[in-house]
Design a protein around this ligand. Structure first.
Ligand code: G2I
Length: 474
């Protein structure tokens, strides 16, 4: 609605100018129009401007007043983290997260989900887990939370901060990393299966300087994921800056290089310590860098007032403790308003929002009727437990359940209807993509106790129709 209103007033402005001067100085007219809030000014170039929100502050009228006025994207600062949503294993609590999501959606704001898999802020039960049990628990967490919020999340930070700082370019050591190097792609695949309409992002800090080993390592991972068809749509650069970690001179290069891999880029947790003109200039540089990269689709600051910040001592945000606009606010607003409101950008926005709408509103969830056969000494059964069909494809999740005895490995054969081709699968070893396709267990999900189950999934082109399965166990 805001976009429509803007283009109407812009058209009127252009017409007036053309009539007055007799020549079409259209670009000047389109860039001269100024919106008066961060969200509206970002929307002029098809972008969003968001903030982290702390649920505990939603009763503060100054805070909520600024939130509702200025922002059109929201990230829960802590309420969607693993310790908040699954405090005890298998017990999911969404009350605090829902307050934020409902507030945002009630105001017409979009929501960034933060975060599904992270070494930090794990609940105690997860901290003490390892190996295949942890891998399964992590995938279950991703599946449950992304399914609960399906259709409500613009983008998920599927995996957060998985790379080490320093010069090694290595993965960060963590209990999740020790479950196997493929834990990140497994998380992305589970998230795609659970919410095919959400953009799936990798999010990290100290990935702003193009020359840093950590930036290069994340870049290579995203490049590898794109080459192998691992579902990833975006990279989040947290962008926490201070005098030890200033805005790098090559920041725009970094944004552009990630975007060139075929992913969107977002600035996800921006804050810049400082004050006055110097701080305002740094904010301006960051905003201009994003605006110069077509696929830099939005900016989120990590809090509203300085006093709301996780590092309030550095006064790193756009509003002072009393909620007054700082110089940094004005420089951000002016930079956003100076962005060309080109028709190309508008088209991009329309396309992506159409895609999102299509996949969230036309996706249907149903349970298919399946044939499951028990074979092998211990026995197992397999069933399609969820199926999401859209116009040209579908995602299915298959559950393998051990019979009355434990199994040490399994395979499930699936007869696909003619015209159906699997394009992607996860949490299993697959042979074939058409006709009869066999999925075997991978290292971490082959062993099942009596009656125990595991899930894997795939994405296919075509129409699912009736799917028939055969399960074989060892
Ligand atoms: O550390 C800044 C951010 C770095 N990137 C990931 C973000 O998720 C992270 O956010 C911060 C929150 O802003 C803090 O609010 O994450 C911290 C934890 O890693 C959050 O701090 C926690 C404290 O550690 C807890 O003691 C406290 O109970 O905030 C909790 C709620 O106030």
């Amino acid at each position: 609605m805001k976009l429509t209103a803007r283009s109407v007033s812009r058209a009127a402005l252009v017409t007036a100018l053309v009539a007055a001067t007799g020549s079409a100085v259209v670009l000047t007219a389109t860039t001269a129009s100024a919106a008066s809030t961060l969200g509206a000014s970002a929307a002029q170039s098809g972008r969003y401007f968001g903030t982290a929100v702390a649920g505990g502050r939603l009763g503060d009228s100054t805070y909520v007043g600024i939130l509702n006025r200025e922002f059109n994207m929201v990230t829960a600062e802590n309420e969607m983290k693993i310790d908040a949503t699954e405090p005890q294993q298998g017990r999911f609590t969404y009350t605090n997260a829902d307050r934020i999501v409902n507030h945002a959606r009630g105001q017409g704001m979009r929501v960034r989900g933060h975060t599904l898999a992270w070494h930090s802020q794990q609940p105690a039960w997860m901290q003490s887990m390892s190996g295949s049990a942890l891998r399964q628990a992590m995938l279950n967490h991703v599946t449950q939370v992304a399914t609960y919020y399906r259709g409500k999340i613009y983008a998920w930070d599927v995996v957060n901060e998985a790379f080490a700082d320093g010069s090694t370019g290595a993965r960060r050591d963590s209990n999740l990393q020790r479950t196997g190097n493929d834990w990140i792609e497994a998380a992305f695949r589970a998230a795609r299966a659970a919410d095919p309409g959400a953009k799936l992002c990798y999010n990290d800090y100290n990935t702003d300087d193009w020359t840093h080993a950590k930036t290069q390592a994340v870049y290579r991972m995203v490049q590898d994921f794109k080459q192998r068809g691992v579902p990833i749509d975006c990279v989040g650069l947290q962008s926490h800056f201070n005098s030890q970690s200033p805005v790098p001179s090559n920041y725009q290069t970094t944004l552009q290089n990630f975007a060139n891999l075929g992913v969107d880029v977002q600035i996800t947790e921006l804050d810049i310590e400082g004050s006055g003109t110097a701080q305002a200039q740094n904010y301006e540089r960051v905003v201009k860098a994003c605006l110069a990269v077509t696929r830099c689709t939005g900016i989120t600051v990590w809090g509203i007032r300085d006093s709301d910040s996780w590092r309030s001592y550095g006064t790193p945000l756009l509003f002072d403790n009393n909620g007054n606009k700082k110089a940094a606010y004005t420089s951000v607003l002016n930079a956003l308003n100076a962005a060309p409101t080109t028709s190309t950008t508008t088209t991009t926005t329309t396309t992506s929002s159409t895609t999102t709408t299509t996949s969230t509103t036309t996706t249907t969830t149903s349970t298919t009727t399946t044939t499951s056969t028990t074979q092998g000494p211990a026995g197992c059964s397999a069933s399609v437990s969820a199926l999401d069909q859209w116009s040209s494809g579908f995602v299915a999740t298959i559950k393998v359940t051990a019979g009355s005895a434990a199994v040490n490995g399994w395979s499930a054969s699936l007869a696909l209807p003619p015209g159906v081709t699997i394009v992607n699968s996860w949490n299993s070893e697959r042979s074939g993509s058409t006709g009869t396709v066999t999925f075997g267990n991978v290292a971490y999900n082959g062993g099942l106790p009596a009656g125990g189950s595991t899930e894997f999934g795939f994405q296919a082109n075509g129409t699912a129709g009736a799917l028939s399965l055969t399960c074989t166990s060892r």
